[in-house]
Design a protein around this ligand. Structure first.
Ligand code: 13P
Length: 396
């Protein structure tokens, strides 16, 4: 993992220690770093995009706004379309995504939109670039860059996330196309362990991706999703989340990732989906904020939660509970299902329902904007928005 120049330039740290990856954890290593600042650990210049990365991250993490995740892969988008009886054609995907990006005033509540590659290069049904429509709405375009999950050999039936090969050149092309942030989603399964191997692989992959993104001007969203699957209690989720985030930040630091220029996309700390004991929004907030305080440096500008199969209302109530006092970071949303579900069903593929579906999207976006400000009351929500959306072993 360590480069030859790094090994040579350190006067104190033994090569074998670097190879084992133990040197940065050893107290004497940090003493060595302090007393030889020019020669020991200072080996990497900041990304030439450093100022821009900080600015982009701050824009996305702006008060009362969050992210619309609309980056379903073609396969996942196909499942969504099938749920409303539509075929998975490019024209249907384009019609649905046009509906989302043209919702009037969406930018009042949404600061960033994560796109799938197809959408980054796609036009709306009336021939405007999707990216340009987002910019006129004051929404920063982002791009899903991972290549999905595959089985992790040697693990307990766990998975790892592909996509590092060619990532630098793909990221440079996405920047040219207008993307300013990126997303890489990997998962950790509690019922399957998680094994130390799976956690390390997830953390290392995220850290390499984050460094490559920053080098190419994209703010990386770091997303190790701890799946809702399982019948474990909230304490167990908390324990696993601490381990995962500890490891993620260890490798982010090892890869010289600039924390001011990243965004996080954690799962909220909740009981497993099949646990008999449910948690209130106050309990979810208490455990999740405790986790964040223990593991996330205040230099990180924004925590943008995923919804993970919670109902639309549940995800909003939990976010609201986390914003009842000041936090060192912007605590907000990056939901897909919890923003889109009612909207998709309202639309149902019918052109005459586009306006109504856009209003449904705006209702959710506004509710989550209020939750970001800690001012959501939960009044007047539909029955549809209270339906859970958990799917076992969900892929994206
Ligand atoms: P959900 O909010 O549906 O869990 O989506 C999460 C995600 O990773 C999308 O980018």
């Amino acid at each position: 993992m360590a480069s030859a120049s790094l090994l040579k330039s350190s006067p104190i740290i033994e090569k074998s220690e670097w190879v084992k990856g133990a040197a940065l954890r050893h107290p004497s290593a940090s003493v060595a770093a302090r007393s030889h600042p020019a020669t020991s650990l200072a080996v990497r210049a900041a990304s030439s995009y450093a100022d821009e990365l900080v600015k982009t991250a701050k824009t996305i993490a702006s008060p009362g706004r969050g992210i619309l995740a609309m980056d379903e892969s073609n396969a996942t988008c196909g499942k969504r379309l099938a749920s409303i009886g539509l075929e998975n054609t490019e024209a249907n995907r384009q019609a649905y995504r046009t509906l989302l990006v043209t919702a009037p005033g969406l930018g009042n509540y949404v600061s960033g939109a994560i796109l799938f590659e197809e959408t980054l290069y796609q036009s709306t049904t009336d021939g405007r670039k999707m990216v340009d429509v987002l910019l006129t709405q004051n929404i920063v375009p982002g791009i899903k860059v991972d290549k999905g999950l595959v089985p992790l050999a040697g693990s307990n039936d766990e998975s790892w996330c592909q996509g590092l090969d060619g990532l630098a050149s793909r990221s440079a092309a996405y920047y040219q196309q207008g993307a300013r942030f990126a997303k890489w989603r990997t998962v950790v399964s509690i019922p399957n362990g998680p094994s130390a191997l799976a956690v390390k692989e997830a953390a290392w992959g995220l850290a390499r991706y984050a460094a490559i993104s920053q080098d190419n001007g994209l703010v990386p969203i770091v997303e190790p999703e701890i799946l809702l699957d399982g019948d474990h209690g909230i304490e167990r989720t908390f324990e696993v989340a601490q381990k995962v985030w500890g490891e993620v930040f260890f490798y982010l630091a090892e890869n010289n990732v600039m924390f001011e220029g990243i965004l996080l996309k954690p799962s909220m700390v909740t009981p497993g989906a099949e646990c008999k004991e449910k948690a209130t929004p106050e309990q979810v907030a208490e455990y999740t904020l405790k986790l964040l305080h223990r593991r996330i440096p205040p230099a990180v500008p924004g925590i943008m939660f995923l919804s993970g199969g919670q109902s639309e209302v549940e995800a909003t109530l939990n976010l609201n509970a986390m914003n009842q006092g000041p936090n060192p970071w912007h605590v907000s949303f990056s939901y897909a299902r919890a923003l889109q579900n009612t909207c998709l069903k309202t639309w149902g593929g019918r052109p005459e329902k586009v306006k109504e579906a856009q209003e449904a999207l705006l209702v959710r976006a506004k509710a989550n904007s209020l939750a970001q400000l800690g001012k959501y009351t939960g009044e007047g929500e539909s029955e549809e928005s209270k339906q859970g959306m958990f799917v076992k072993g969900y892929t994206y």
